[in-house]
Design a protein around this ligand. Structure first.
Ligand SMILES: [Zn+2]
Length: 246
């Protein structure tokens, strides 16, 4: 029965690990999707920066066209006033074209910055994808290994459970529901090791005698008590379970 409890503890630990694995995968997926989102918005920012550059370039173009048109007109004006007015328009158009050119230069720097950001995020995403793909593979392998171990433990448990009297097994299962992995409690120095209650000296004595087949339960926590001395029906199984272990 101690072997049964050991296997149950083992199976519980394995199951916890198995159940933790999808969470690890989800976390990895969340990291990737976060990086993808960041890349998408960086690409959008780049598109906008490019559009803005285009718009500013058109402004430059328009002011230059306008200045050229005024210059052409100025050669054919009749009055001095009209000529002066045109000169003024030309100066304004030239100055606006210059301002727009400065803005284009500024915008070109913004575009470059946005391009660098996109490249950096692309590289980061690529690296994460590789790391996470390797991680996932590792998780899957671990999962398969643990699953196998769990199945083996389950099969071994079935074999051992068969050798235990049905009533005793039912009692064990019932207590194990309440105290998973510790339905059996060792008595040491006259105390239940699980809850600390002092066991009756008579009970301890009987537990330590090889001949007794009776089951004793802790009066406080209800666990099945056992002594370091193997209890009678467990003794002959010792070699069998030992062999199954190796
Ligand atoms: Zn107890």
């Amino acid at each position: 029965m101690l072997e049964l409890q050991r296997l149950d503890q083992n199976a519980t630990a394995l199951r916890a690990e198995l159940e933790g694995m999808p969470k690890r995968q989800r976390e990895a997926d969340a990291k990737l999707s976060g990086e993808r989102t960041a890349l998408t918005s960086a690409k959008e920012a780049l598109t906008q920066a490019l559009a803005q550059r285009k718009k500013l370039e058109l402004d430059v173009e328009q002011w230059k066209v306008r200045a050229k048109k005024y210059r052409e007109q100025s050669s054919s004006v009749k009055t001095n006033e009209a000529y002066k007015a045109l000169q003024h328009e030309i100066t304004t158009a030239d100055s606006e074209a210059g301002k727009a050119e400065d803005l284009v230069l500024e915008q070109m720097m913004k575009v470059e910055e946005a391009e660098r950001r996109v490249k950096r995020l692309e590289a980061e995403l690529k690296e994460s994808q590789q790391v996470i793909a390797a991680e996932k593979k590792q998780i899957e392998e671990q999962f398969a290994g643990k699953k196998k171990a769990w199945e083996a433990a389950t099969a071994e448990r079935r074999g051992i459970a068969k050798k235990i009297p049905e009533e005793l097994l039912e009692l064990y299962e019932r207590i194990a529901k309440k105290h998973p992995g510790t339905a059996l409690a060792q008595v040491r120095d006259g105390q239940c090791k699980a809850c600390g209650l002092r066991a009756l000296p008579h009970t301890v004595q009987l537990l330590e005698s090889d001949t007794d087949e009776e089951i004793f339960r802790c009066e406080s926590c209800g666990r099945i008590l056992y002594s370091l001395e193997p209890i009678a029906h467990a003794a002959p199984k010792e070699s069998a379970t030992g062999a199954a272990n190796s």
